[in-house]
Ligand binder design. Structure first.
Ligand code: ADP
Ligand code: MG
Length: 587
């Protein structure tokens, strides 16, 4: 079976975690960091960079660095780099592939499965695209789970007690507020509001604008014309912003930010929390209306909300926390790191998918009770087809629990009509085209008959990822006729997906085994040199000859290019142990 990753594939940052004995834990990336920026860079030499490296190299790779690809998921947007086009799924897959590899390197075993989180408002196409991205990256996507639900799971909210939760998620590029009602373990999204163009990035912009003005005032130089200076300012500004969540003052120093005839000039400014708060005051304030709207949409009064969860890096700002408290009149829970909570909930969700083994069982039982956290969702939207006169015919009602299946029977509107196209929509409007269009289901080769006679059955199945599977069948023949789901540009065909899976595999130049071997060889080299030192310093120690022998073994394994992987690992451990014994004995 193997481990299953819980992945928060964020607009700005991505985070992964895994269920361990004592609960979900964050898996660090290759840099040892808990958060991986969702940034992909293409270097001039054709290398693909992901994460912090890509973010850092953005200055060198102008026009070849992709930020915030999540905004384009499920659309026909294409990234164009050096004459090659990439779908949003492929770019996201590069991020996921890097995370998968980092997790594999961390655990020293292959990891092929994941639960991926997505916003609650993600449509069918966006969910499908997210799932495809995972598959392109070589991950079997076991479940797509809503981010607010995931956060609730991380907080241990499942079957424990019925309650209404408000999730306030303020990230780098988006602000989402969701109200979820949990009744006997059924999660129902009562309302979703937010602003998809409001986030921490806007705060950074305000800081940069301010610093540019200050610099102009004191030095008469306009930095805004210089892209490299602007990028450096943005990094420094974000760093100061983050620091100001903890301290009252932050010193911003960007050395030699510009050259003048008199030599280089540095930017040197002390930003106070108070100043920062005045710069972003109206941005923070913009979260108020969506929260109030969500409460209204949920047809609730404020006192009916039991729990407030703070999610997203931007909620670490004291000013944001103050506003949430002021609006909700409640102390929000933020005992789990807000930028990690979504991913941790993904890991909790994996429990419901995998058999729990051995010792994990007892520890988890202590934490979650005898039963695994099973969650049942309700769809926040109705799903149906558009008929004559643009009339919307609902097949799966809003607030149905899913997975679920529903059918309806339709007929022709013309004599001897041989095909029917059903546009599929998601929404609550009676006029079909006022809802969100998802796809087109078309059946051809209907047995010719006068209008109104043929009976075509349309079946909708909403799978556990809230992705719709639609079928149409001509009941006269009892056989399913040729059905085409006219692929919208955003949707990948099976053959396109297979090609991308292959390309993505080709990009992994080294297998896990090779990567482990490389790490071992690096490790042996450092162990060998430490051993040389110890042998020189503690000559005559009773263990000297044993260490000398093991060191020789290690050296000869290395001369064979590492030899057997297991053997190499064991020998390294032996040498290390002997070194520690000799050093500790010597005190
Ligand atoms: P997303 O969900 O958009 O991928 P995150 O939840 O990781 O992103 O939030 C990223 C944003 O949070 C960035 O704008 C970052 O600067 C901001 N952020 C992170 N930590 C802090 C902090 N301590 N104080 C203020 N803002 C922070
Ligand atoms: Mg997020």
């Amino acid at each position: 079976m193997g481990r299953i990753l819980g992945i928060d594939l964020g607009t700005t940052n991505s985070v992964m975690s895994i269920m361990e004995k004592n609960g979900p834990v964050i898996v660090p990336n290759s840099l040892g960091e808990r958060v991986t920026p969702s940034v992909v860079g293409f270097t001039k030499s054709g290398e693909i960079l992901v994460g912090k490296k890509a973010k850092r190299a953005a200055i060198m790779n102008v026009g070849r660095t992709v930020f915030s690809i999540k905004r384009h998921m499920g659309t026909n947007y294409r990234v164009r780099i050096e004459g090659k086009e990439y779908t949003p799924q492929e770019i996201s897959a590069m991020i996921l592939q890097k995370m998968k590899q980092d997790a594999e390197d961390f655990y020293g075993e292959e990891i092929n499965q994941a639960v991926i989180c997505c916003p609650a408002y993600f449509t069918d196409a966006q969910r499908q695209a997210t799932k495809d991205a995972g598959e392109i990256a070589g991950l079997k996507v076991r479940r797509i789970i809503d981010e607010p639900t995931s956060s609730a799971l991380a907080y241990g909210i499942d079957k424990s007690a019925d309650q209404v939760i408000l999730v306030f998620d303020f990230g780098g590029g988006t602000f989402d507020v969701s109200i979820i009602e949990v009744v006997s373990g059924v999660f129902q999204v009562l309302a979703i509001q937010g602003n998809t163009h409001l986030g921490g990035d806007d705060f950074d912009k305000r800081i940069v604008e301010f610093l540019v003005e200050e610099f102009k005032k004191s030095h008469g130089v306009d930095l805004s014309e210089d892209p490299i200076a602007m990028q450096r300012l943005k990094e420094a500004g974000e760093e100061a912003k983050i620091e100001l969540s903890e301290v009252k003052e932050s010193h911003i120093l960007v050395e030699a930010i510009t050259m003048t005839e008199k030599g280089p000039l540095s930017l040197d400014y002390t930003l106070t929390r108070q100043k920062l708060e005045s710069l972003v005051e109206n941005l923070v304030e913009q979260t108020r209306a969506p929260v109030l709207q969500a409460i209204e949409d949920a047809a609730l009064s404020l006192d009916k909300i039991d729990t407030i969860l703070l999610v997203g890096g931007t909620t670490r700002m004291p000013a944001v926390q103050r506003l949430v408290k002021e609006i909700t009149k409640k102390e929000p829970r933020r005992d789990i790191s807000p930028d990690e909570v979504v991913s941790l909930g993904g890991a909790v969700q994996t429990l419901a998918l995998a058999p729990i083994e051995g010792d994990l069982e007892d520890t988890l039982a202590a934490r979650y009770g005898k039963e695994k956290p099973v969650i049942i969702h309700m769809t926040p939207f109705s799903l149906g087809v558009g008929l004559e006169h643009d009339q919307f015919s609902v097949i799966i009602e809003r607030n149905s629990t899913y997975p679920t299946e529903a059918k309806d029977i339709f007929t022709t509107t013309h004599d001897f009509q041989e095909a029917i196209s059903f546009p599929i929509y998601e929404g609550e409007e009676n006029i079909a085209s006022e809802n969100t269009f998802l796809d087109l289901l078309r059946i051809e080769g209907i047995t010719p008959a006068p209008r109104g006679v043929p009976r075509v059955e349309v079946t909708f199945r909403l799978n556990p990822d809230r992705i719709l599977e639609a079928r149409a069948e001509d009941l006269a023949t009892g056989v399913e006729k040729k059905i085409t789901i006219a692929a919208t540009d955003a949707r990948l065909s099976e053959s396109e997906k297979q090609r991308m899976v292959k390309e993505s595999k080709d990009r992994v130049s080294r297998s896990l085994r090779e990567r482990i071997q490389e790490n071992r060889i690096e490790e042996s080299q450092s162990v060998l040199s430490r051993s040389e030192e110890v042998l020189a310093n503690y000559a005559g120690h009773p263990m000297e000859s044993t260490l000398r022998k093991k060191t020789e073994d290690l050296r000869s394994l290395m001369q064979q290019g590492g030899g057997d992987d297991r053997k190499l690992g064991e020998t390294i451990d032996d040498v290390n142990r002997l070194i520690t014994i000799i050093e500790t004995a010597a005190g």
